[in-house]
Design a protein around this ligand. Structure first.
Ligand code: UDP
Ligand code: MG
Length: 329
């Protein structure tokens, strides 16, 4: 009997929790040779999510909930779930039922064939705005160009089944500026992409907006490649050469032909251009410096306030003890 933990990060999801559990149960109870457990991670919700989770875990033996001490973001919430998961594999799903539960049996099928990381690949981004789609395109294109050591999976998100080998590997990566999508790729192992259609949100509203996504993309870029820094070096060299060539041209014109080089337009263009490039380079260095700043403090990725009604203290959270007792009778 394989034991699988379903991890569900929840932030202000009071409307969907009651829908989520039965919807997923309906599918997993059909899978006879697997035992399922749920870990809901309440990521510092401001609505009634925690109360809903308390009710759910009281009503069902197979439900555990972790409640973080504040909103740490989905990336950290997922890590909390991963740290506490037990069993042979983990499935990560959004609480809003955008990830179709009927795909679970297919994921398990491939997992049993020997794949360690069966990830859902969204086949249409149709429900998304043009802006979001274009930004995603740019992001993937840039990452593809820049990250030479491994390839970022396209249109693959957090909906996936991970073998315990991947889980153990992910637990080693304790950076707190987390770009989980990249970390999944980084750990490697055998990956299988299965297509799925993103469903409309069951209820509630998305917490992602343009800036949140932009920040995530920046985080992804700065934590997985230093290519932008290299790019700036090349840009610097190129501009210096161009400047040199232009200087020779201007001098030649002045000395040989006595051309009174027109001053203001050229000067102001060059100045503004260089100013722009310099600010850009500084900004890029700043992004990396920011990453170092955050990582150098070695703060924990999340703090847990409560597990199934038990109030946790800091020390218990830091020690990766054998935690989820739900599988052990
Ligand atoms: N989420 C979270 N912490 C956050 C934001 C989101 O745990 O700070 C969870 C949220 O409850 C949901 C999942 O992450 O289960 C995806 O969020 P959402 O549906 O808002 O994003 P979208 O599907 O629009 O990308
Ligand atoms: Mg969603």
């Amino acid at each position: 009997m394989d034991r699988i933990t379903i991890i569900v990060p929840c932030y202000n999801e009071q409307e969907v929790i009651d829908l989520f559990y039965p919807a997923v149960q309906e599918h997993v109870t059909k899978i006879s040779d697997c035992e399922f457990r749920y870990i809901f991670v309440n990521d510092g919700s401001r609505d009634g999510t925690l109360e809903k989770l308390r009710e759910l875990s009281a009503a069902h033996d197979d439900v555990t909930y972790l409640s973080l001490s504040r909103n740490f973001g989905k990336e950290s919430a997922m890590m909390a779930g991963i740290d506490y998961a037990d069993g042979d594999a983990v499935i990560i799903m959004d609480a809003d039922l955008q990830h179709p539960p009927e795909k679970i049996s297919e994921m398990i099928k491939y997992w049993r064939e020997g794949y360690d990381d069966v990830c859902g690949k969204r086949i249409d981004r149709a429900g998304e705005t043009w802006l979001k789609r274009s930004c995603a395109n740019i992001f993937y294109a840039v990452m593809k160009k820049f990250s030479t050591s491994y390839e970022m999976q396209r249109d693959v998100g957090d909906f996936r089944l991970l073998d315990k080998r991947c889980i153990e590997a992910l637990k080693l990566l304790r950076e707190n500026q987390r770009f989980t999508k990249g970390l999944f790729t980084w750990v490697g192992y055998h990956k299988k992409e299965i297509p799925f259609e993103v469903q409309p949100r069951a209820a509630g509203t998305t917490t992602w907006n343009f800036f949140a996504l932009f920040n995530l993309a920046m985080k992804g870029m700065t934590s997985f490649t230093t290519a932008p820094l290299r790019l700036m070096t090349f840009l610097g060299i190129t501009i210096s050469f161009l400047a040199m060539a232009y200087m020779i041209f201007v001098l030649t014109m002045a000395l040989l032909y006595g051309d009174p080089v027109a001053g203001y337009p050229t000067l102001i263009t060059v100045m503004l251009f260089l100013g722009g490039i310099q600010l850009l380079a500084l900004g890029i260095i700043g992004e990396y410096l920011g990453q170092i700043f955050h990582e150098s403090k070695h703060r924990p990725i999340y703090l847990i306030d409560e597990i199934d009604g038990r109030r946790m203290i800091y020390k218990e959270v830091l020690m990766p003890i054998e935690r989820n007792t739900k599988f052990r009778d």
